[in-house]
Design a binder for this molecule. Sequence first.
Ligand code: PBG
Ligand code: ZN
Length: 324
Amino acid sequence: MFFPQFRARRIRGNESFRRMVRETTLSVNDLVYPMFSAFGSGIHKEISSMPGIYQQSIEHIVAEAKEVKALGIPAVLLFGIPETKDAVGSDAYCDTGIIQETIRAIKREVPGLTVITDVCMCEYTDHGHCGIIKDGDVDNDATLELLAREALSHVQAGADMVAPSDMMDGRVAAIREVLDEHGFDAIPIMSYAVKYASGYYGPFREAAESTPQFGDRRSYQMDPANRREALREAASDIEEGADIIMVKPGLPYLDILRDLRNEYNMPLAVYNVSGEYSMIKGAAERGWIEEERVVMETMIAFKRAGADIIITYHAKDVARWLAR
Ligand code: PBG
Ligand code: ZN
């Protein structure tokens, strides 16, 4: 059917028609809000490249977590900035580590808010890599044991779900096994299954103080040029027991998100990462784009590409805009 029988504009003529034929929707239920918990007290330090996002000590984290819950956002994703870092990231799996104390505080003071933790070593190692180093590179199998200990320690402190972001091979299985052994078979794993070695993580590394002190992450994170490989990464994580699989970054990888949506019948998350946030905030501050409009269009793009869950620093704003 072509013009003049077909007139695409007939169903765009008013907002009722547009609402009726809208194919994709966004809800506050789709959102997860990332937060950075810093050791100490009285800390509330804005990340220069991420306006509105802070490194905060526990009392401030708890206050913001209350706000997140009041906005109806189901979950937060926690990152820790420990007091001290060492070669083996000891604070990551210490029962009194920064993240463990933060989990306890949120679970105690903000009941009903779901706590997801990022499981990785880079925030806790002095060299800034996502595992332990042998011969100048991250040692995969030796790191697995530490990641499993880290995940277990988060769950013992009260985490509702763990999200390994390290990109070591076999980590989902290693974490699943240790959780099950300790009776935590009901705790889900959201795997950063498809995580690219991306320049878009730049602002995050300021936030988490996790810049690698030598080299880069290309020996463990994926090459941005690879699309088919994403399906292999996802397949192996599903096989190992991932309950939710994630694509990261978001906007530059919508094709990958759609590939996974078409291929797998699994809940799918997308991480709208720090650099994506900074670009929108920076352009909006200069008056170059309309922030609300561009953010909402970005969120819909994730849903349209197939995401069920959107991890985003815009979550609080989006929740407010949706509630209006
Ligand atoms: C830790 C981790 C990173 C991000 C999430 N978990 C950084 C990295 O891999 O370098 C990035 C999140 C963001 O940029 O917002 N491995
Ligand atoms: Zn890492």
